[in-house]
Write a protein that binds this ligand. Structure first.
Ligand SMILES: C[S@@+](CC[C@H](N)C(=O)[O-])C[C@H]1O[C@@H](n2cnc3c(N)ncnc32)[C@H](O)[C@@H]1O
Length: 319
Protein backbone atom coordinates (compact mmCIF):
# COMPACT_ATOMS: atom_id res chain seq x y z
CA UNK A 1 0.00 0.00 0.00
CA UNK A 2 1.37 3.44 -0.93
CA UNK A 3 1.76 5.78 2.01
CA UNK A 4 0.38 9.29 1.60
CA UNK A 5 2.71 12.11 2.52
CA UNK A 6 1.93 14.50 5.39
CA UNK A 7 -0.30 17.32 4.12
CA UNK A 8 1.74 19.87 6.11
CA UNK A 9 5.38 18.97 5.44
CA UNK A 10 5.08 16.43 2.59
CA UNK A 11 7.17 13.85 4.53
CA UNK A 12 6.00 10.29 4.94
CA UNK A 13 4.09 9.74 8.19
CA UNK A 14 3.39 6.53 10.11
CA UNK A 15 0.16 4.72 9.35
CA UNK A 16 -2.10 3.31 12.10
CA UNK A 17 -5.42 1.87 10.94
CA UNK A 18 -7.20 4.60 9.06
CA UNK A 19 -5.30 7.43 10.68
CA UNK A 20 -2.01 8.90 9.56
CA UNK A 21 0.20 10.28 12.31
CA UNK A 22 3.16 12.42 11.44
CA UNK A 23 5.90 11.38 13.88
CA UNK A 24 7.57 14.78 14.14
CA UNK A 25 4.55 17.06 14.56
CA UNK A 26 2.08 14.53 16.03
CA UNK A 27 -0.36 15.86 13.42
CA UNK A 28 -3.29 13.52 12.89
CA UNK A 29 -4.53 13.21 9.33
CA UNK A 30 -7.81 11.31 9.05
CA UNK A 31 -8.55 9.17 6.02
CA UNK A 32 -12.13 8.80 4.84
CA UNK A 33 -13.46 5.31 5.45
CA UNK A 34 -16.64 3.32 4.88
CA UNK A 35 -19.68 4.93 6.68
CA UNK A 36 -17.98 8.31 7.23
CA UNK A 37 -20.05 11.36 6.34
CA UNK A 38 -18.80 13.47 3.47
CA UNK A 39 -20.11 16.71 2.00
CA UNK A 40 -19.64 16.30 -1.76
CA UNK A 41 -19.20 19.91 -2.85
CA UNK A 42 -19.52 21.00 -6.48
CA UNK A 43 -20.78 24.55 -5.95
CA UNK A 44 -22.99 26.54 -3.51
CA UNK A 45 -26.21 25.08 -4.84
CA UNK A 46 -24.94 21.61 -5.70
CA UNK A 47 -23.66 19.84 -2.62
CA UNK A 48 -24.68 16.51 -1.18
CA UNK A 49 -24.20 15.16 2.33
CA UNK A 50 -23.83 11.38 2.19
CA UNK A 51 -22.52 8.49 4.22
CA UNK A 52 -19.78 6.73 2.26
CA UNK A 53 -20.56 3.21 1.11
CA UNK A 54 -18.17 1.50 -1.30
CA UNK A 55 -21.13 -0.03 -3.20
CA UNK A 56 -22.84 3.29 -3.89
CA UNK A 57 -22.73 5.24 -7.14
CA UNK A 58 -24.63 8.51 -6.92
CA UNK A 59 -26.07 9.87 -10.19
CA UNK A 60 -26.12 13.65 -10.65
CA UNK A 61 -26.46 15.99 -13.66
CA UNK A 62 -22.66 16.51 -13.50
CA UNK A 63 -21.97 12.79 -13.67
CA UNK A 64 -21.69 9.80 -11.36
CA UNK A 65 -20.07 10.18 -7.94
CA UNK A 66 -18.47 6.81 -7.23
CA UNK A 67 -18.07 6.32 -3.48
CA UNK A 68 -15.29 3.75 -4.01
CA UNK A 69 -13.03 6.60 -5.17
CA UNK A 70 -13.54 8.40 -1.86
CA UNK A 71 -12.40 5.71 0.54
CA UNK A 72 -8.78 6.31 1.59
CA UNK A 73 -8.84 9.98 0.53
CA UNK A 74 -8.46 12.79 3.04
CA UNK A 75 -11.06 15.49 3.74
CA UNK A 76 -10.19 18.43 1.52
CA UNK A 77 -9.15 16.18 -1.40
CA UNK A 78 -11.20 15.99 -4.59
CA UNK A 79 -12.48 13.29 -6.96
CA UNK A 80 -13.80 13.50 -10.52
CA UNK A 81 -17.19 12.34 -11.74
CA UNK A 82 -17.35 10.17 -14.90
CA UNK A 83 -17.99 13.45 -16.78
CA UNK A 84 -14.72 14.89 -15.49
CA UNK A 85 -16.31 17.36 -13.04
CA UNK A 86 -14.34 18.04 -9.86
CA UNK A 87 -16.09 17.35 -6.55
CA UNK A 88 -14.44 18.43 -3.29
CA UNK A 89 -14.67 16.11 -0.29
CA UNK A 90 -15.48 18.24 2.75
CA UNK A 91 -15.90 17.12 6.35
CA UNK A 92 -19.50 18.09 7.26
CA UNK A 93 -20.02 20.63 10.03
CA UNK A 94 -23.08 20.94 12.26
CA UNK A 95 -24.32 23.63 9.82
CA UNK A 96 -24.30 21.06 7.00
CA UNK A 97 -26.14 18.49 9.11
CA UNK A 98 -28.85 21.03 10.02
CA UNK A 99 -29.28 22.40 6.51
CA UNK A 100 -29.32 18.94 4.92
CA UNK A 101 -31.60 17.37 7.54
CA UNK A 102 -34.87 15.76 6.55
CA UNK A 103 -37.67 18.17 7.49
CA UNK A 104 -41.07 17.23 8.76
CA UNK A 105 -41.67 20.54 10.56
CA UNK A 106 -40.38 24.07 10.50
CA UNK A 107 -36.79 23.99 11.77
CA UNK A 108 -34.55 26.44 13.64
CA UNK A 109 -32.01 27.89 11.21
CA UNK A 110 -28.28 28.47 11.82
CA UNK A 111 -28.70 32.26 12.01
CA UNK A 112 -30.99 31.79 15.02
CA UNK A 113 -29.01 28.86 16.49
CA UNK A 114 -25.89 31.00 16.78
CA UNK A 115 -27.56 33.79 18.75
CA UNK A 116 -29.42 31.31 20.96
CA UNK A 117 -26.10 29.68 21.88
CA UNK A 118 -24.46 33.01 22.71
CA UNK A 119 -27.43 34.39 24.66
CA UNK A 120 -27.89 31.35 26.89
CA UNK A 121 -24.15 30.72 27.28
CA UNK A 122 -24.48 27.22 25.84
CA UNK A 123 -21.52 25.06 26.79
CA UNK A 124 -20.26 21.54 27.11
CA UNK A 125 -21.60 19.67 30.13
CA UNK A 126 -24.99 21.40 30.33
CA UNK A 127 -28.30 19.61 30.82
CA UNK A 128 -30.90 20.83 28.32
CA UNK A 129 -34.63 20.14 28.18
CA UNK A 130 -36.31 20.72 24.84
CA UNK A 131 -40.08 20.75 24.36
CA UNK A 132 -41.06 20.19 20.72
CA UNK A 133 -38.41 18.03 19.03
CA UNK A 134 -39.87 18.57 15.54
CA UNK A 135 -37.28 17.58 12.94
CA UNK A 136 -34.50 17.63 15.52
CA UNK A 137 -32.58 20.54 14.03
CA UNK A 138 -32.24 22.45 17.30
CA UNK A 139 -31.68 19.16 19.17
CA UNK A 140 -28.76 18.29 16.88
CA UNK A 141 -27.16 21.70 17.37
CA UNK A 142 -27.61 21.70 21.16
CA UNK A 143 -26.22 18.16 21.50
CA UNK A 144 -23.19 19.01 19.36
CA UNK A 145 -22.19 21.63 21.94
CA UNK A 146 -23.16 20.07 25.29
CA UNK A 147 -21.49 16.73 24.50
CA UNK A 148 -19.65 14.73 25.74
CA UNK A 149 -20.71 15.21 29.39
CA UNK A 150 -23.87 17.24 28.83
CA UNK A 151 -27.17 15.90 27.52
CA UNK A 152 -30.30 16.98 25.66
CA UNK A 153 -33.66 15.59 26.85
CA UNK A 154 -36.19 16.24 24.11
CA UNK A 155 -39.97 15.68 24.12
CA UNK A 156 -42.65 15.62 21.44
CA UNK A 157 -46.17 14.29 20.99
CA UNK A 158 -45.89 13.20 17.37
CA UNK A 159 -44.23 9.83 16.76
CA UNK A 160 -43.83 10.44 13.03
CA UNK A 161 -41.88 13.63 13.64
CA UNK A 162 -39.86 11.87 16.33
CA UNK A 163 -38.85 9.09 13.91
CA UNK A 164 -37.52 11.64 11.40
CA UNK A 165 -35.75 13.61 14.13
CA UNK A 166 -34.10 10.39 15.37
CA UNK A 167 -32.73 9.73 11.87
CA UNK A 168 -31.35 13.28 11.63
CA UNK A 169 -29.71 13.08 15.06
CA UNK A 170 -28.30 9.64 14.27
CA UNK A 171 -26.88 10.88 10.96
CA UNK A 172 -25.02 13.62 12.82
CA UNK A 173 -23.56 10.97 15.17
CA UNK A 174 -25.17 12.48 18.27
CA UNK A 175 -27.60 9.77 19.40
CA UNK A 176 -25.82 9.00 22.66
CA UNK A 177 -26.06 12.63 23.76
CA UNK A 178 -29.83 12.83 23.26
CA UNK A 179 -32.76 11.19 25.05
CA UNK A 180 -36.03 11.45 23.12
CA UNK A 181 -39.41 10.63 24.64
CA UNK A 182 -43.05 10.92 23.69
CA UNK A 183 -44.52 13.36 26.19
CA UNK A 184 -47.38 15.84 26.05
CA UNK A 185 -46.26 18.78 28.14
CA UNK A 186 -49.67 20.47 28.06
CA UNK A 187 -51.58 17.56 29.52
CA UNK A 188 -48.96 16.18 31.89
CA UNK A 189 -49.44 16.30 35.64
CA UNK A 190 -45.72 16.21 36.35
CA UNK A 191 -42.70 17.60 34.55
CA UNK A 192 -40.36 14.94 33.11
CA UNK A 193 -37.15 16.34 34.65
CA UNK A 194 -35.95 19.18 36.84
CA UNK A 195 -32.81 21.24 37.48
CA UNK A 196 -32.01 21.91 33.80
CA UNK A 197 -29.52 24.59 32.80
CA UNK A 198 -31.70 25.51 29.84
CA UNK A 199 -35.31 24.85 28.81
CA UNK A 200 -36.13 25.39 25.15
CA UNK A 201 -39.75 25.53 24.02
CA UNK A 202 -40.70 25.36 20.35
CA UNK A 203 -44.50 24.98 20.34
CA UNK A 204 -47.29 27.04 18.79
CA UNK A 205 -48.49 28.24 22.21
CA UNK A 206 -45.39 28.42 24.46
CA UNK A 207 -47.08 30.72 27.02
CA UNK A 208 -49.19 27.75 28.17
CA UNK A 209 -46.13 25.86 29.40
CA UNK A 210 -44.22 28.65 31.16
CA UNK A 211 -45.14 27.36 34.67
CA UNK A 212 -43.84 23.88 33.71
CA UNK A 213 -40.67 25.39 32.21
CA UNK A 214 -40.11 27.19 35.50
CA UNK A 215 -40.37 23.88 37.41
CA UNK A 216 -37.88 22.21 35.05
CA UNK A 217 -35.21 24.93 35.35
CA UNK A 218 -32.57 25.39 37.98
CA UNK A 219 -32.32 28.83 39.63
CA UNK A 220 -30.92 31.37 37.14
CA UNK A 221 -31.39 28.84 34.32
CA UNK A 222 -32.24 30.12 30.84
CA UNK A 223 -35.58 29.83 29.09
CA UNK A 224 -35.69 30.10 25.29
CA UNK A 225 -38.68 30.01 23.01
CA UNK A 226 -39.02 30.05 19.26
CA UNK A 227 -41.96 32.27 18.21
CA UNK A 228 -42.60 32.82 14.50
CA UNK A 229 -45.13 35.64 15.14
CA UNK A 230 -45.23 38.75 17.31
CA UNK A 231 -48.63 37.75 18.70
CA UNK A 232 -46.97 34.68 20.22
CA UNK A 233 -44.21 36.84 21.67
CA UNK A 234 -46.69 39.16 23.40
CA UNK A 235 -48.54 36.33 25.09
CA UNK A 236 -45.33 34.58 26.02
CA UNK A 237 -43.71 37.63 27.61
CA UNK A 238 -46.84 38.30 29.67
CA UNK A 239 -46.67 34.73 30.98
CA UNK A 240 -42.93 35.04 31.69
CA UNK A 241 -43.50 38.20 33.76
CA UNK A 242 -46.32 36.53 35.68
CA UNK A 243 -44.07 33.58 36.48
CA UNK A 244 -41.17 35.53 37.93
CA UNK A 245 -38.79 35.39 34.98
CA UNK A 246 -36.32 38.24 34.49
CA UNK A 247 -33.70 39.33 31.96
CA UNK A 248 -36.41 39.04 29.31
CA UNK A 249 -35.34 39.76 25.76
CA UNK A 250 -37.02 39.25 22.38
CA UNK A 251 -34.95 39.34 19.21
CA UNK A 252 -34.99 38.75 15.51
CA UNK A 253 -31.75 37.70 13.88
CA UNK A 254 -31.26 39.16 10.41
CA UNK A 255 -28.45 37.82 8.24
CA UNK A 256 -27.67 39.26 4.82
CA UNK A 257 -25.53 37.29 2.41
CA UNK A 258 -22.94 39.24 0.46
CA UNK A 259 -21.74 38.27 -3.00
CA UNK A 260 -18.09 39.21 -2.91
CA UNK A 261 -16.55 39.56 -6.38
CA UNK A 262 -13.79 41.95 -7.31
CA UNK A 263 -15.20 45.33 -8.32
CA UNK A 264 -18.86 44.30 -7.90
CA UNK A 265 -19.40 43.18 -4.32
CA UNK A 266 -23.02 43.65 -3.22
CA UNK A 267 -25.83 42.08 -1.21
CA UNK A 268 -27.06 38.81 -2.65
CA UNK A 269 -30.46 38.78 -4.36
CA UNK A 270 -31.10 35.49 -2.63
CA UNK A 271 -31.35 35.15 1.13
CA UNK A 272 -33.36 33.88 4.05
CA UNK A 273 -36.44 35.96 4.84
CA UNK A 274 -38.25 35.84 8.15
CA UNK A 275 -37.73 32.65 10.12
CA UNK A 276 -38.70 33.37 13.71
CA UNK A 277 -38.41 35.65 16.70
CA UNK A 278 -36.62 34.31 19.73
CA UNK A 279 -37.56 35.01 23.35
CA UNK A 280 -35.16 34.65 26.30
CA UNK A 281 -35.64 34.85 30.04
CA UNK A 282 -33.94 33.77 33.25
CA UNK A 283 -35.58 32.11 36.23
CA UNK A 284 -35.12 33.87 39.56
CA UNK A 285 -35.86 32.07 42.78
CA UNK A 286 -36.50 35.10 44.97
CA UNK A 287 -38.64 34.48 48.06
CA UNK A 288 -42.12 35.98 47.64
CA UNK A 289 -41.52 38.87 50.05
CA UNK A 290 -38.54 40.07 47.99
CA UNK A 291 -40.13 39.78 44.58
CA UNK A 292 -40.65 42.61 42.13
CA UNK A 293 -43.42 42.29 39.59
CA UNK A 294 -42.23 43.57 36.22
CA UNK A 295 -45.24 45.31 34.74
CA UNK A 296 -45.94 45.79 31.06
CA UNK A 297 -45.63 49.61 31.30
CA UNK A 298 -42.00 49.30 32.41
CA UNK A 299 -42.61 50.18 36.05
CA UNK A 300 -41.59 47.68 38.67
CA UNK A 301 -43.70 47.23 41.74
CA UNK A 302 -41.89 46.12 44.86
CA UNK A 303 -43.29 43.58 47.31
CA UNK A 304 -44.52 46.46 49.56
CA UNK A 305 -46.44 47.97 46.63
CA UNK A 306 -44.02 50.86 45.95
CA UNK A 307 -42.93 51.68 42.41
CA UNK A 308 -39.28 51.17 41.52
CA UNK A 309 -37.10 52.67 38.83
CA UNK A 310 -37.40 51.21 35.36
CA UNK A 311 -36.05 47.69 34.95
CA UNK A 312 -32.91 47.55 32.81
CA UNK A 313 -34.05 44.59 30.72
CA UNK A 314 -37.17 46.50 29.68
CA UNK A 315 -35.44 49.79 28.94
CA UNK A 316 -33.17 48.01 26.46
CA UNK A 317 -36.28 46.70 24.67
CA UNK A 318 -37.70 50.22 24.37
CA UNK A 319 -34.68 51.64 22.52
C1 LIG B 1 -41.96 23.66 15.10
S1 LIG B 1 -41.77 22.03 15.66
C2 LIG B 1 -40.19 22.07 16.47
C3 LIG B 1 -39.05 22.18 15.49
C4 LIG B 1 -37.69 21.95 16.09
N1 LIG B 1 -37.33 22.99 17.03
C5 LIG B 1 -36.60 21.82 15.04
O1 LIG B 1 -35.66 22.64 15.03
O2 LIG B 1 -36.64 20.89 14.23
C6 LIG B 1 -42.91 21.93 17.01
C7 LIG B 1 -43.06 20.53 17.58
O3 LIG B 1 -43.79 20.61 18.81
C8 LIG B 1 -44.51 19.40 18.96
N2 LIG B 1 -45.59 19.57 19.96
C9 LIG B 1 -46.81 20.17 19.76
N3 LIG B 1 -47.53 20.11 20.91
C10 LIG B 1 -46.76 19.49 21.85
C11 LIG B 1 -46.96 19.15 23.23
N4 LIG B 1 -48.11 19.42 23.85
N5 LIG B 1 -45.95 18.51 23.91
C12 LIG B 1 -44.78 18.22 23.25
N6 LIG B 1 -44.55 18.52 21.95
C13 LIG B 1 -45.52 19.14 21.25
C14 LIG B 1 -45.01 19.13 17.55
O4 LIG B 1 -45.38 17.77 17.39
C15 LIG B 1 -43.82 19.55 16.70
O5 LIG B 1 -43.00 18.45 16.39
Amino acid sequence: MALLSCVQCQKLPGLFGNTLIHFKSGLVVKKIKQNDNVLFFYNDSKKWLMRVSNKQQFHTHIGIIDHKKVIGKQYGNAIKTNKGKIIYLLEPTIYDFVMKSQRSTQIVYPKDLGYIAARIGLQSGQQIIEIGTGSGSLTTFLASIVKPKGHVYTYDVDENFMAIARKNIEKAGLVKHVTMEKFDIKNARKVPRTNADVVVVDLGDPWLVVPQARKMLKGSGAFVSICPTMNQLEKLVTALRQNDFFDIECTEQIVRTIEAREGKTRHSFRGIGHTTYVAFARKVTTPKELRRIVTTDSEDIDSDGSKLVEDESLSSQKK
